[in-house]
Design a protein around this ligand. Structure first.
Ligand SMILES: Cc1cc2nc3c(=O)[nH]c(=O)nc-3n(C[C@H](O)[C@H](O)[C@H](O)COP(=O)(O)OP(=O)(O)OC[C@H]3O[C@@H](n4cnc5c(N)ncnc54)[C@H](O)[C@@H]3O)c2cc1C
Length: 423
């Protein structure tokens, strides 16, 4: 017989802050709360946290938080300290190059890292600092009810069987793009919005290219755009190289981070991309994994918090992954929620203050990723040249204009050097 959930009123509060989801957001929030002396536990749907996903970038606004939490050495070992961002047209001609992270004078680095490695670093720190039982696996949140004293959270197991409910003072939904808690708080929200761009991602073992720590963006989405950067240094001198293809097309399937993709669906436009710094089709063919993902986001919500329940990370603000900000904004949310929960005794007031700080800021990033992500630099050149090779980039666009485009996005996403210095 399945265990019967007890009457919520008979339950004492078992968790101070109950976090749903052991992704990047949930694990960083646990580390933040623990650091502030606030009790918490993470409940994760999957029974086993394998190394899922491919590459992720962490920009200096979020690595500052992770370094404060004492994770700098572990990240530097697991990932690659990004040196520069480089933009090319589809003929392999250099458009623009700018230094990144430490190399751009920031106090903290930019990391390019496998999502699975990042999650493993965070999970190890949570278990070491908070305890082996700080993350409870195989618990899918099915919904929650609240009263004036707390929240009762319902769970099901991996087979869909009901598990005993858990009572908490505060509930935070870090349950990603298919968030159950977001659906509960916003039952009438419309369907996700497809951007018109489909994406394929892979990871290939290969020789270092350019500086050995360069993030490359090349081509444009009308035919095919490539993003490529190393995410792990291997003992034999090779690297794991993460690559992403973006193509403008009506063809797309539902959002699923683990959906397999097929080479023949996208390799066509890249067949002649044999650059002296990288053989693109060879890299794609040698990939260990190919995943397909539609660039989809959702309009910013008007609220995330209802009483003692709130949302954080992708559950709060799913965005198209075009500005390296998905994980970063989740980390900034976690820092903000920690500050408000530790500074305010009343949790309802704290959650409202957290939302007031983070909802408008992340809403701007969601919208900027739609209209003016950093790769607008290559769109500008593509438009001005009519998609043809140029003699000299100076004849097409001045370097100051390119730098200004890059700077505008940094300001919106909160990682301009000035903003980080002021904070
Ligand atoms: C499998 C996977 C692969 C990904 N791969 C990439 C990638 O390659 N590149 C990239 O840029 N981004 C990737 N992402 C997304 C990226 O991690 C997020 O955009 C960003 O880091 C914000 O993290 P998050 O914690 O809010 O969401 P996520 O990292 O998506 O974490 C959400 C967590 O909540 C859990 N969960 C979901 N529903 C429930 C529920 N009802 N009850 C309990 N737990 C629940 C999920 O299993 C997951 O562990 C991936 C996410 C996932 C889940």
């Amino acid at each position: 017989m399945p265990p019967r959930s007890p009457d919520p009123a008979s339950l004492s509060v078992e968790e101070d802050v109950l976090i749903v989801g052991a992704g990047i957001a949930g694990l960083v929030l646990a580390l933040e709360l623990h650091d502030a002396g606030i009790g918490c536990r993470v409940y994760e749907a999957v029974p086993d946290l394998g190394a899922l996903g491919v590459g992720i970038n962490l920009l200096p606004h979020s690595t500052r938080v992770l370094h404060r939490l004492g994770l700098g050495d572990a990240l530097a070992e697991a990932g690659v300290v990004t040196r520069e961002s480089v933009f090319f047209n589809r003929f392999g001609q250099l458009i623009y190059r700018e230094p990144s992270g430490l190399y751009a004078g920031y106090e903290h680095p930019q990391y390019s890292i496998h999502r699975g490695d990042l999650q493993a670093v965070l999970l190890a720190a949570v278990r070491e600092r908070i305890g082996e039982d700080a993350v409870v696996l195989g618990h899918r949140c099915a919904g929650a009810e609240q009263d004036e004293n707390g929240v009762t959270v319902r769970f099901t197991g991996p087979g869909g069987d009901p598990l005993p409910s858990v009572r908490a003072r505060v509930l935070v939904g870090c349950d990603g793009i298919h968030s159950v808690l977001r659906k509960q708080l916003h039952p009438d929200e419309g369907t996700p919005r497809y951007s018109g761009i489909n994406m394929w991602r892979g990871v290939t073992k290969g020789r270092p290219f350019l500086s050995g720590a360069s993030m490359v963006r090349a081509g444009w989405i009308d035919r095919g755009k490539l993003v490529a950067y190393p995410i792990r240094n291997l003992p034999d001198g090779d690297q794991l190289i993460n690559w992403v293809v973006e193509i403008q097309t009506p063809r797309h399937l539902q959002r699923d981070w683990n959906r397999r993709g097929h080479l023949e669906d996208f390799i066509g436009p890249f067949e002649d991309w044999h650059f002296d710094w990288l053989d693109v089709p060879a890299m794609m063919r040698a990939s260990e994994t190919i995943l397909e993902y539609p660039m989809v986001d959702q309009d910013p919500l008007d609220h995330w918090s209802v009483g003692r329940i709130t949302l954080l990370g992708d559950a709060a603000h799913p965005m198209v992954p075009r500005g390296s900000n998905g994980a970063g904004q989740a980390i900034l949310d976690a820092q903000a929620l920690r500050n408000h929960l530790s500074g305010t005794p009343d949790p309802v007031t704290a959650l409202r203050a957290y939302e007031a700080e983070r909802l408008p800021a992340t809403g701007q990033v969601v919208l900027a990723n739609r209209s003016m992500p950093p790769d607008v630099i290559i769109r500008e050149v593509w438009q001005r040249t009519g998609d043809r090779p140029f003699e000299s980039i100076d004849d097409v666009i001045k370097v100051e204009e390119l730098a200004a485009i890059s700077q505008r996005y940094k300001e919106i996403a909160g990682y301009s050097a000035e903003a980080l210095r002021d904070r």
